[in-house]
Write a protein that binds this ligand. Structure first.
Ligand code: AMP
Length: 226
């Protein structure tokens, strides 16, 4: 799928910065670390730790962490038309209709901060969403580099979700979200395996250990960007 350049990462040269690059020169000089072009899809059941890992990598690489769940929760909190439509599905642990989340992601991926990449967390959630995302990425010439599947045993997932205290983290909803995951989202793993861009991550470890593994797996193969 994506273009993964090999070779050792280069330190970014501020003088060669594209003026449209969203991060500031100060930020670049302070961080002074290689700039990676990275487009990733994070897969895995609810509670697998995708959001935590996505946030860490997004911060390190200064690319947006796009969580459809977060965007939807914000829309509900703000009482927007999207939030009003999505709320009951979310409260019941069901998927929000595809046309709503696809429209949301389509708009988000066209914002200017996505030029050097993104991490999608919680999208796609079913095979039709995965197919539509593929078409959309082709159309905007933003091929995905990798899909990472975070594997965690179910009893650990339930314990983690009960400990999070989110509004949709009560026992009934958790059970339903796991069922929906098995029925609709798990087939997406196979979809990316067949596309040859799937990497499996053991998510049943400490945040630090997983983060370290992700850096080892992703950074040496990434395209650096200056
Ligand atoms: P998350 O934070 O990813 O666990 O998502 C929370 C809730 O938002 C899910 O239980 C769904 O109701 C909804 N949601 C998030 N992403 C999607 C998606 N890609 N498709 C449909 N519904 C979604």
């Amino acid at each position: 799928m994506g273009k993964m350049a090999t070779g050792s990462p280069q330190i970014a040269n501020p003088a060669r910065l594209d003026p449209s690059t969203p991060w500031s020169l100060t930020q670049l000089l302070v961080k002074n670390q290689p700039r990676y072009m990275m487009r990733l899809i994070f897969l895995g059941p609810p509670g697998a730790g995708k959001g935590t890992q996505a946030a860490l990598l997004a911060e390190r690489w200064q690319i947006p962490h796009i969580s459809t769940g977060e965007i939807l929760r914000q829309a509900v909190a703000d009482g927007t038309p999207l939030g009003i439509k999505a709320k009951s599905y979310m409260d019941n642990g069901e998927l929000v209709p595809d046309r709503l989340v696809i429209a949301l992601i389509e708009e988000r991926l066209q914002q200017s901060d996505t030029k050097r990449g993104w991490i999608l967390d919680g999208f796609p959630r079913n095979v039709p969403q995965a197919t539509t995302l593929g078409e959309l990425l082709d159309a905007i010439s933003q091929p995905c580099d990798r899909a990472l599947n975070f594997e965690v045993p179910t009893d650990i997932l339930v314990a983690r979700m009960l400990g999070r205290g989110r509004q949709d983290d009560n026992e009934t909803t958790i059970r339903r979200r796991l069922e929906v995951y098995l029925e609709q989202t798990e087939p997406v793993i196979e979809f990316y395996r067949q596309h040859g861009c799937l990497t499996v991550i053991d998510g049943n470890r400490s945040v630090e250990d997983i983060h370290r593994d992700l850096l080892v797996a992703l950074e040496p193969q990434a395209t650096t960007h200056s």
